[in-house]
Design a protein around this ligand. Sequence first.
Ligand code: ATP
Ligand code: MG
Length: 247
Amino acid sequence: MALLELSDLEKSFGAVQVLNGVDLQVDEGEVVGLVGDNGAGKSTLMKAVTGVYPVDNGRVQFDGEDLTQIEPGTRRSKGIEMIYQDLALAPQQDVANNIFLGREPTRRLWGLFPNFVDKVKIDQEAQKMVDRLGVHVPTIHIPVGMLSGGQQQTIAIARALTFQPKLVIMDEPTAALAVREVESVLQLIRQMRDEGIAIILISHRLNDVFEVSSRIVVLRRGNVIADLQRDETDMAEVVSYIVGAHT
Ligand SMILES: Nc1ncnc2c1ncn2[C@@H]1O[C@H](COP(=O)(O)OP(=O)(O)OP(=O)(O)O)[C@@H](O)[C@H]1O
Ligand SMILES: [Mg+2]
């Protein structure tokens, strides 16, 4: 059984049909590259997986459960994480706080304040995660806004990994990065895969996709028009599907 199984997903915004019956399966520990032209529906499809966009039709199954009607917070707690294109970090907050953003551990203070944010625990756990991933930041107390694009991307990854996800969706993680930073993000993707995490990588950078994916799925006008094993295809073929030479 696949970890993620999407069947016949449809989604419209007003009169515009953006997803036209998408079927897609992703297995445990698999890295799937999701590619397609601007506006093909990649981000929309992934937001249908996280539940940010409810679908008009079709089914989202994850880990043997039907999550189609389940809200995003619950899907997240079941192991679906998405790192958005804009990263959604809080620039003025430090690295540690960003890793726990929205899910801060709390403790009871003096038996009075039940939801006291446990900053000590946040710092300890964040430091562990940064060490584990080999993230290069001067200190976890530096505001995230002062880090480079690549460092910010790794902090967003660290945040996604803090609650043991089974699937991590990454939307254009390398688009804005310098060469060396790209390499460290790709390395993190391999590391996650080796830990058994499934990854869906959305990218226009086919080099990056070919480097880490075992399968490449091409979306065009809201349809999956190709689902290819990386070892059985090449960049020219993938490009031909992206630009619609087959349709
Ligand atoms: N919230 C929304 N409201 C209305 N239309 C939307 C919304 N989100 C996306 N769309 C439309 O859906 C289509 C697919 O957009 P989507 O962002 O999924 O494409 P994409 O494949 O991620 O493109 P890109 O590679 O440029 O990020 C586009 O025509 C877009 O304008
Ligand atoms: Mg997009």
